[in-house]
Design a protein around this ligand. Structure first.
Ligand code: GLA
Length: 638
């Protein structure tokens, strides 16, 4: 570990059955020994609460704590995460375990941070058992107060679903056809909250026993089942697990986007890349290895996007168990012949000289409005088009900005937007009055908004905002959508810009009636030929762009360029294709990260002379050569 520059280890994540071999015995000797060894070696510990995989003795004695799927299938022990989040037995026993671990190690000199559970919801995001049903009813009583209000919120007159007693209400289990959408939406909220209660239960024990030790739990990038905005509020440090597919050409963009989300979840605070591979995972159909340099490159990318720590799953590749073919820092074979080991050692050496990066932050002037509740509601079934997916629509706007080296944050639609100049709202289907007022105020104060189709359609009960689509934003955008014309897969439509540039739109089109907006582009083929496709409304303060289709990449980039230039946004640097440029800064210090995602060397124009933080060399104006998957971290002018 010292050779690799390891200074923090996550420990005991799946050790419950080792620590507590039965209900009344505890075995800490082995853990004492490891904690002691790490301490002597100068390595700190991110100690797990070990609650992610209950021991077989517990579920054997209490099978009712095992989770149940929507179709009634019970999931048994023998893998991991086999617990119902609402189970009182699980919660009591998890609490006991955390208490015992915190009492034993809370003042251990190696302890740096607590790691609660592990990847909450990863395998079992929701449980549909009778205990969960009870929990759901209690949650609903809290939310609605009366059964009449619940009936109204769920629109239960439709299909004779009216409830006359709380006891009749169950989770949205397997039904003959679509379960009530408002019920499904509430079940997603409840399930995210039920797991958050498990986290909170542990967090409370830890902050009582060790108020000065920071607490984290590892997130999973854009993980749909958990509303991480709510979760992140309860974490001292946001941490993330990131496993982009090395064989997917878009992985770098996706990993950048996940990093931007983590930074945003923490309100701009530094985050930790908690898990990544040195090389291969074991859980895809085909598990491509990382080519030389890619692990190092993606580690630097995390730093560039605001992480102050980079870790790996896992230290030593296991000999047995379901993950024995998952790569590790120490492989099955000798380290001397492992390219991944040598890359880890190199990275560890380089990172020792990068402390100064920790004094800086990554900042963005553009933000994407992102709301888990809207994502859940958007992707419930029975829509004009089930091909409209939240992450695809976010990526459609993120991609051109990533390619142009424009840094992007994510923000909840009701969050303070005053630090941004440009706000993007990709298919923001569900909006509350609060969010609407927030977006309007942003534009009134001079901000630029770019909204895309199927935004502002429903309220937080998944009821249509009546009065023509998108009712909340008709004034802001200066238009009304008469009806949706979604496009079948493989069918696209011409989109003609005012200057004659002809593009294609896919996935969606719609019949837009403009009241007071400039038409940036019109549909050029199909039933809607000649009608507006992309518009912009000038306000006294800022402006509001709207796209009623999903234009091809070039056209989307064009609209974004227009929006960026109205908002006065400039890129971090101009770089050749495939080279990412990101700047971190603070108090007159500026650090430029240049990341070559291509598998050939490139030359990057440098405008500001600087010093390489990796090898100390001077970097002059002119062209800087970056090797294939090479990286430069430059101190600019200080
Ligand atoms: C997750 C888990 C780890 C391990 C890895 C494998 O990140 O937290 O325990 O299973 O996946 O990629």
């Amino acid at each position: 570990m010292q050779e690799a520059g390891v200074n923090l280890v996550s420990l005991a994540i799946f050790a419950w059955s080792r620590i507590q071999p039965d209900h009344d015995s505890w075995d800490f000797d082995w853990l004492d020994r490891i904690m002691g060894m790490l301490h002597e070696g100068g390595v700190r510990v991110n100690l797990a609460t070990a609650t992610a995989s209950p021991p077989p003795w517990l579920s054997h004695a209490h099978p009712e704590m095992l989770p149940v799927l929507a179709d009634g299938t019970r999931l048994w022990h023998g893998a991991r995460q086999h617990y119902c989040p609402s189970s009182p037995v699980y919660r009591v026993e998890a609490g006991r375990l955390v208490e015992a671990i915190a009492e034993r190690y809370g003042h251990h000199p190696a302890l740096a941070m607590w790691h609660v559970g592990n990847e909450f919801g990863c395998h079992v995001p929701a449980c549909y058992c009778d205990v969960s049903a009870q929990g759901f009813r209690a949650w609903l009583k809290e939310r609605y107060g009366s059964i009449d209000d619940l009936n109204r919120a769920w629109g239960t007159d439709f299909w004779s679903q009216r409830y006359s007693d709380w006891e009749e209400i169950i989770p949205p289990r397997r039904t003959p056809t679509w379960p009530n959408p408002s019920q499904q939406l509430d079940y997603m909220r409840f399930s995210s909250d039920a797991l958050l209660e498990c986290y909170e239960l542990e967090h409370k024990v830890l902050s009582r026993l060790t108020p000065d030790i920071p607490v984290t739990t590892n997130f999973m990038s854009f993980f749909k089942p958990l509303d991480y905005w709510k979760w992140a509020k309860n974490e001292d440090v946001v941490s993330n697990d990131s496993y982009p597919d090395p064989s997917d050409p878009e992985s770098s963009m996706k990993a950048a986007m996940a990093g931007d989300l983590m930074r945003s979840l923490g309100g701009g605070r530094p985050w930790i890349l908690m898990e990544q591979t040195t090389n291969r995972v074991n859980w895809r159909e085909v598990n491509a290895p990382k080519p030389p340099g890619l692990m190092r490159l993606w580690s630097y990318q995390a730093l560039a996007r605001g992480a102050d720590g980079v870790m790996f799953f896992q230290w030593r590749q296991s000999r047995a168990g379901a993950e024995k073919f998952h790569s590790a820092m120490v492989p099955h074979g000798p380290v001397a012949s492992s390219p991944a080991w040598h890359e880890v050692v190199r990275l560890g050496k380089e990172f020792r000289g990068l402390d100064v990066v920790g004094d800086t932050r990554a900042h963005a002037e553009v933000t994407i409005l992102f709301d888990w509740e809207s994502w859940w509601a958007l992707e419930l079934p029975s829509k004009p088009s089930s091909a409209v997916r939240q992450i695809d629509q976010i990526e459609a706007l993120y991609r051109p900005l990533y390619d142009a080296n424009v840094m992007v944050d994510f923000a909840h639609p009701a969050a303070d937007l005053s630090r941004y100049r440009l706000v993007l709202a990709p298919s923001l289907y569900l909006v509350t009055d609060e969010a609407t007022a927030n977006i309007e105020a942003f534009v009134a104060a001079g901000g630029v908004v770019l909204m895309t189709f199927f935004s502002g359609i429903v309220d937080d009960r998944d009821h249509i905002h009546l009065g023509g689509y998108p009712k909340p934003f008709q004034d802001l955008l200066g238009l009304r959508v008469v009806d949706f014309h979604p496009l079948p897969s493989g069918q696209d439509v011409g989109v003609l810009f005012a200057d004659g540039f002809l593009a294609r739109g896919s996935l969606w089109s719609e019949n837009i009636e403009v009241n007071d907006a400039e038409v940036v582009a019109t549909f050029a083929s199909g039933d809607l030929a000649g009608r507006p496709a992309i518009t912009a409304r000038q306000h006294e303060g800022g402006s509001a762009f709207y796209m009623g289709t999903c234009p091809d990449g070039m056209a989307t980039a064009r609209v974004l360029q227009l929006a960026c230039s109205r908002a006065g946004i400039t890129p971090a640097a101009e770089t050749p294709q495939g080279v990412e440029a990101v700047r971190r800064g603070a108090k007159g210090k500026s650090i430029l990260f240049l990341l070559n995602h291509r598998d050939v060397a490139v030359e990057v124009p440098i405008n500001e002379p600087g010093t390489s933080l990796i090898d100390g060399s001077d970097v002059h104006r002119g062209l800087l050569r970056l090797e294939a998957r090479g990286v430069a971290v430059l101190r600019e002018g200080w």
